[in-house]
Write a protein that binds this ligand. Sequence first.
Ligand code: GDG
Length: 469
Amino acid sequence: MSETSSSGRPIIIAANRLPVMRADGGQWTPSPGGLVRALYPMLRESGGTWVGWTGEPDDDPEPFTVEGVDLRPIPISADEMTLYYEGFSNDALWPLYHDALRESTFDNDQWQAYRSVNERFAAELAEVAPDESVVWVHDYQLQLVPGLLRERRPDLTIGFFLHIPFPPVDLFTRLPWRDQIATGLLGCDLVGFQRPKDAANFVATVDQLLDVAIDGNTIAHGGRTTSVGEYPISIDVAEVEEIATGRATRQRTSQIRARLGDPEVIMLGVDRLDYTKGIGLRLRAFARLLEDGRLDPTRHVMVQVATPTREAVEHYQDERASIERLVGEINGRFSRIGLPVVHYLYQSLPYDELVALYRAGDVMLVTPFRDGMNLVAKEYAAAHIDGDGVLVLSEFAGAADELTDAVLVNPHDERALQDAIVEAVEMHRHERRGRMSGLRDQIRKSDVQGWADRFLAALDVASTTRKES
Ligand code: GDG
């Protein structure tokens, strides 16, 4: 059974990764991560098809079904994993799309592998998509798919959502294959972004690079049109609230507090260990506050969960080494026997445990240099069913557009970050509760289902416009 769009047509999702992974016993279970957590609930509820890679090189299982979701694996070889995934996607595009925080590697072999994997996805989609159906392609690893698919299947409605930022023209045009990527995205009826700025960057880019005519949020090119818009992604608020309300979670939250030595304030960070997330920055701010006596190691502790990610990419190895050195230095200087001041977990935790940690966190530190949205910020607010807790949030996370009741901060400004942390720690209970109530109202207004519905409804409108133009 296929999930259906608002116009009743079947939907096929394409993303780099299938939304499942093999558990120890070999059976498939839903996997962690922003994209999966965003889309799986929607697919699980109504059934649907997802085309993607299992995450294992040279893995080529037959199509299978998990919890009513039809899964179509795309095989990727060990070489392609190095070139397409670790290389072009995560060592060329990822840094370029995140303010060029690290230098991108531009390598022709990587580009060829990226193209050939995108062709494989397009070929599979062309085969599985029923007539006139809707294909929703996700993220930076698959930007050529819309164009390639459009050539093969002009009947399809094609949408694309970019989960990460779209860079300003001057950064994007560094890319040696900029025209091909921009053209690939124009195979869509609708290209969706997290923030208005991302959409504006894309429009300015195609305007500069390609032969297009722009009318508001519609781009006319080669006798067709592509619409562009912002669709800020969200979380499954009800799921997080349900876990947070459970007895087991409440018990676990108390246990975590006790294990940490019942400090006055628990500060929390939860991120993939990625250099975009500003983990080192917040650790340095914490260290400086301890050094200056503005925080007290007997009253204030930090828990940092850093989930392993992209471990084969050198920038990630460097980032991990630098964070772990910092944690060691801070603990060496400020901990007491049996009571570290920074609790650092380089692990992927079960989601229930994460929610228990969110509940235990009095102050949540979300300080990326650049982030498409940041679901952790939204999950923290959803988990705080007690109506308390303070979110410190970088202005450079997409979530800052909506979560204006957070303590918003420019993470590049060290002193401002230190002051924001102190403000959060010392905030009066009345203000904390007021702000948390604002955050919770905001996320309840737009959960992940609403996000998907809005995107799919706009995609319907865009495909009708294209056919009529
Ligand atoms: C990309 C964009 C955008 C983290 N550690 C564990 C764990 N997680 C889950 C969190 C959250 C997700 O992973 C992380 O999502 P983010 O949004 O924070 O960041 P990215 O992974 O970089 O996601 C981002 C997102 O796509 C969606 O569009 O918001 O800007 O970069 O859901 O809960 N989950 C579990 N254990 C962990 O240790 N179970």
